[in-house]
Design a protein around this ligand. Structure first.
Ligand SMILES: [Zn+2]
Length: 466
């Protein structure tokens, strides 16, 4: 197609009789050729990975061919005798923004004349921040039949920059563009997903339809009680109630929020439930059915990858033949494994400590303190009176001091006395809702329990609960 000559400002779709039959046939052929070029272009424009919206890019070229065939057949069959073949109808097509692409670029690629493009962009600018559209943004374009200059006039264009808003540009009879903005209502819908854990919780829950961000939120909440590497066994189950906002025409507005979830561990031996709740003066997060926060003052283990090699308690020494208290828990881990501060607090000791080798002690709130022994290295900045965050890397596993192999000896002290870190884990270190918050929480739990009962049948996984 040539790029010369002024673009006609005006195009009227007309089905009125046309006296010049020959001209009409030529027009139809031009449209056909234009359509073929367009189809080729769309194949090229089509995105590699399909995105949520309604139309599939792969079907578009076929649709365009189909919409072109109808008038072509009509005109060839009718041409000899019939004076009025139907006018070619407008073509609706859609494209997605590529990296670095623009709406103007898409229109140019579709063969729209430069004047049309600049007028359309000028009209759209007041309603959409065109330079902020994401890669993959779908743009639906309606083109009229190709005109004498070989260019299809732009009839309409619509963009949905966010699920709630649709911007539609339309050409009026005078050839001017007007823009309308539609704002869709949203409604929160409940979705329930349940199933058996096969392989991993992530894979199974995702397969059951739990959106990724909600899944991450759920795993984070359970991680205070569950070690996903060790605790999940064959026969374990998950069950999730998710709330997600949708537009009235069926587009998801957000990523979904977990309202409630339940996970069994140890092959159904234990079960953990979490409820979403926002206390009056706190952040929204998860609580168990008793109103205890899932977040603990201290992490379950101060290492991500480890196994317990020796527990807290009285230990008979095989060589020295006496019994003494093992005042902590030993975690076997490869040398250099990062050690995390079990809780937020202040470093009170950091350095060599006799048989404990390189040692760190952190003081936390509520009279709690934690100790970490046999380190190969103390992390930079971790020195006496430094503040540390929960989960911050404070050092690395080693075998310094009196140690038979690389491991972390971990102690928890309460009111100055060593206690068993593993038995402390369940209840002692959780904040508990009280007063008005607890009353509101109980009401919320009842509400969520009713909601999950009633969404049982609508569960996308379709699996019955055990
Ligand atoms: Zn030890």
């Amino acid at each position: 197609m040539l790029d010369e000559g002024p673009a006609p400002k005006r195009f009227v779709i007309s089905s009125s009789p046309r006296p010049d039959n020959k001209l009409n046939t030529i027009r139809t052929i031009a449209v056909l050729l234009g359509g073929l070029a367009l189809a080729a272009m769309l194949v090229w424009l089509a995105p590699r990975d399909p995105l949520p919206p309604t139309t599939s890019a792969e079907t578009e070229p076929a649709e365009i061919m189909a919409s072109q065939e109808a008038p072509a057949e009509a005109s060839s069959a009718a041409a000899p005798t019939e004076p009025e073949p139907p006018a070619p109808s407008p073509i609706e097509t859609s494209a997605r923004l590529k990296k670095g692409g623009t709406v103007a670029g898409v229109l140019h690629e579709l063969g729209v004349a430069a004047d049309d493009v600049s007028n359309a962009i000028a009209a759209l600018k007041a309603h959409v921040r065109l330079n902020r559209l994401p890669v993959g943004q779908e743009i639906t374009v309606t083109l009229g039949p190709t005109e004498d200059d070989g260019k299809p006039p732009l009839m309409a264009l619509s963009i949905r920059p966010e699920p709630r808003r649709e911007i539609t540009l339309e050409r009026d009879e005078d050839g001017d563009f007007s823009v309308e903005e539609e704002v869709f209502d949203t409604v929160a819908k409940l979705q329930r997903a349940s199933g058996a854990v096969e392989g991993s919780v992530i894979v199974s829950a995702e397969a059951a339809g739990v959106p990724r961000p909600a899944l991450v939120e759920m795993l984070r909440a359970f991680s205070w009680d569950v070690n996903f590497q060790h605790d999940i066994k064959v026969g374990d189950r998950f069950d999730v109630l998710i709330e997600q906002d949708w537009t009235s025409d069926g587009w998801p507005v957000d990523a979904g929020r977990v309202l409630w979830a339940e996970l069994t561990t140890g092959g159904g031996e234990q079960s953990f439930s979490i409820y979403r709740f926002k206390p009056r003066d706190g952040e929204e997060f998860f609580y168990n059915g008793e109103g205890e926060s899932v977040v603990k003052a201290l992490l379950r283990t101060p290492l991500n990858m480890s196994r317990i090699s020796s527990r807290f308690g009285l230990r008979h020494h095989p060589v020295l033949r006496f019994t003494r208290l093992h005042a902590g828990v030993d975690f076997a881990a490869p040398p250099g494994t990062p050690i995390l501060a079990a809780g937020a607090g202040r470093v009170v000791e950091a350095g060599p400590n006799g048989g404990y080798g390189r040692w760190i002690k952190i003081s936390h709130s509520d009279g709690l303190a934690t100790g970490y022994a046999h380190l190969s290295r103390i992390a930079p900045g971790v020195r006496r009176s430094a503040r540390v965050k929960q989960g911050q890397v404070i050092g690395y596993v080693g075998t310094s001091g009196l140690s038979t192999g690389p491991h972390l000896h971990f102690e928890v002290h309460r009111a100055g006395r060593p206690v068993d870190p593993l038995s402390l884990a369940r209840t002692a270190m959780r904040s508990r809702l009280s007063g008005e918050d607890l009353t509101r929480f109980k009401a919320r739990v009842a509400e969520i329990d009713r909601a999950r009962e009633s969404t049982k049948n609508g569960s996308p996984s379709g699996e019955p609960l055990p």
